[in-house]
Design a protein around this ligand. Sequence first.
Ligand SMILES: O=P(O)(O)OC[C@H]1O[C@H](OP(=O)(O)OP(=O)(O)O)[C@H](O)[C@@H]1O
Ligand code: HPA
Ligand SMILES: [Mg+2]
Length: 175
Amino acid sequence: MVERNSEPSAQERAGRPFPVSWDQFHRDCRALTWRLNEVGPFHAVVAITRGGLVPAAIVARELGLRVIDTVCVASYDHDKQGDLKVLKGISEQTAKLGGGTGKGLLIVDDLVDTGKTGKLVRELLPDAHFATVYAKPKGRPLVDTYITEVSQDTWIFFPWDTALSFQPPLRDGAA
Ligand SMILES: O=P(O)(O)OC[C@H]1O[C@H](OP(=O)(O)OP(=O)(O)O)[C@H](O)[C@@H]1O
Ligand code: HPA
Ligand SMILES: [Mg+2]
C-alpha cells in the first residue's frame, strides 16, 4: 500500500484530467509560434526546465533561433508544489543579449498554473516576453502569449509524463 499524506496533491485537487498527445502538443506549439512571430524578433529562447524544454525546441525551430538557454527551477515534487529553487540562471552571454533585463529574450514554459514559477522568472528577466502553451486563470496575467486556457481545476497530463494504456469499455460487462 502506498503511504499517503493527508493533504491532497495539486493533481488531486485539480480533478479534471486533460491528457495531451504528442500530436496535439506539437500543433499547439506551432500555433504558439504563429503568434510569437508577430511579436518578435527575439535574440534567444530561454526554456524553463524541465517542461519548457520541449516547447522551446519546437518554437526555436520554427522561429529560426539557435541560441537556447535555460533557467532551471525545481518546484513540484511530482504534483505537490514546494518552495521554488533556481538551480541555474541564464548565462552571462544570454544576459548580455537581453541587456541585463531580458529585453528581446523569449521565455518559454509548457504551462502556467498558480503563476509562482512565472513570477520568479519574470523577476529575473522583467523585460523578456513570456510564452506558455497552456495557461490556468491564476497564472494567466503573468503570461504575454499563450494558446489554450484551461480551468484552474484541470490537471494537464503531458505526453512525456504518460503512456498509452488499455481502457476498459464504458459499459459494464461490454467486451
Ligand atoms: O505556475 P506554477 O504553479 O508555478 O506551475 C507551473 C510550473 O509547474 C511545472 O513545472 P515543475 O515545477 O513541475 O517542473 P518540471 O517542469 O521539471 O516538470 C510546469 O512545467 C511549470 O513550470
Ligand atoms: O496541470 C499540470 N500538469 C502538469 N504539471 C503541472 N505543474 C503544475 N500544474 C500542472
Ligand atoms: Mg516546469
